[in-house]
Ligand binder design. Sequence first.
Ligand SMILES: NC(=O)c1ccc[n+]([C@@H]2O[C@H](COP(=O)([O-])OP(=O)(O)OC[C@H]3O[C@@H](n4cnc5c(N)ncnc54)[C@H](O)[C@@H]3O)[C@@H](O)[C@H]2O)c1
Ligand SMILES: [Mg+2]
Length: 346
Amino acid sequence: MMVTTMQLLLRSPLKSIRLLASRDCSSYVSRMRYLMRLKEDDDACRVALQSGTLMLFHKLAPLLRPTERGIYQLHKLQASDVKGILGKLRENEQLLNTSVLIGCSDSGVPQFSLDVGSLEQAFVEEMCGGVFIDLRKAFFLLKGPEAPLVAKGQALLRWHQTHAYCSATGQPTQRNQAGSQRVCLQNGATYYPQMAPVVIVLVSDGRRCLLARQSTFPRGMYSALAGFCDMGETTEETLRREVAEEVGLEVESLQYSGSQHWPFPQSSFMVACHATVSPDRAEVNLNGAELEDARWFTLAEIEEALKRKTPPRSTKGEPTEFWVPPSYAIANKLILEWANHRKSHK
Ligand SMILES: NC(=O)c1ccc[n+]([C@@H]2O[C@H](COP(=O)([O-])OP(=O)(O)OC[C@H]3O[C@@H](n4cnc5c(N)ncnc54)[C@H](O)[C@@H]3O)[C@@H](O)[C@H]2O)c1
Ligand SMILES: [Mg+2]
């Protein structure tokens, strides 16, 4: 197709988004200014650590606490709790200072995360009455804002664990107390925590939506198309290229939906969009190297899949029913939005 006819229309670039309703704007501002100060002032951050809350990780697995009703919650500790554990193990209290600053609660309490992977896991679990659970499982178990909080805590710890050296001089880098940056002492280069930008897109032909699966997905699960941004690309360019590469279709219009930090396999910044293709040119030409399958789904099929709260179980040999990613994944939000839009425009 001629480049001139390949027009991408960003339908509502200035779509207004209701931001988290903060009834007391000044307190939100003061919390953000407080966090800024903690990132700049190591002494203030060390003081804040003594009165803040701590999420513990063991080799990047977060510590959760089972409640009586079989529900898991994030286990939050205080600096004094961690000092108690370190004291019992005769370990150096300096481990506490490897905590990283994650944010600040609504009531202004600073939040940190700390990896105690050098300590004996079973001992820490027993002392805390909790259990360290792999992040993928923890994501299923946690409710509400705890899942993104724990993902953020893990992502920052992971970044520090993998960026201990300057990529130019090969010398060790030194972090600030908050953990918001690392500096090479030899050449002064400053490194900041990074996320890889990814565009995720739910393609529609007006009547149906397109979902795909990679061979590594759990059986039966289909999701929206996704792809990493190439250097220098805009969101629109990545979206259009990924749809062309993966399913051989030409996007005609797109609309921004939302974004999400995604910790798997490493930190991605997911930009979620809806896109349309012409119903006359909706034949999928699959890139088999990247995807195992891609199919158009009707509203009725999508509604059925959205009703399933847990992945359907498969008995050997039987095909697994189709299901979509869980509600904490932004793909689920895109699919839900599409279904609601279709229902209201039937
Ligand atoms: N949250 C959600 O709802 C949701 C849904 C679907 C996918 N995702 C995530 O989106 C991400 C991208 O999806 P994809 O795997 O289809 O991407 P993709 O289609 O770009 O294919 C992945 C390939 O891209 C290359 N690549 C280029 N830049 C990369 C980078 N910075 N990091 C890793 N690989 C890079 C690698 O060769 C890799 O094998 C995945 O990490 C996936 O977990 C999230
Ligand atoms: Mg992809």
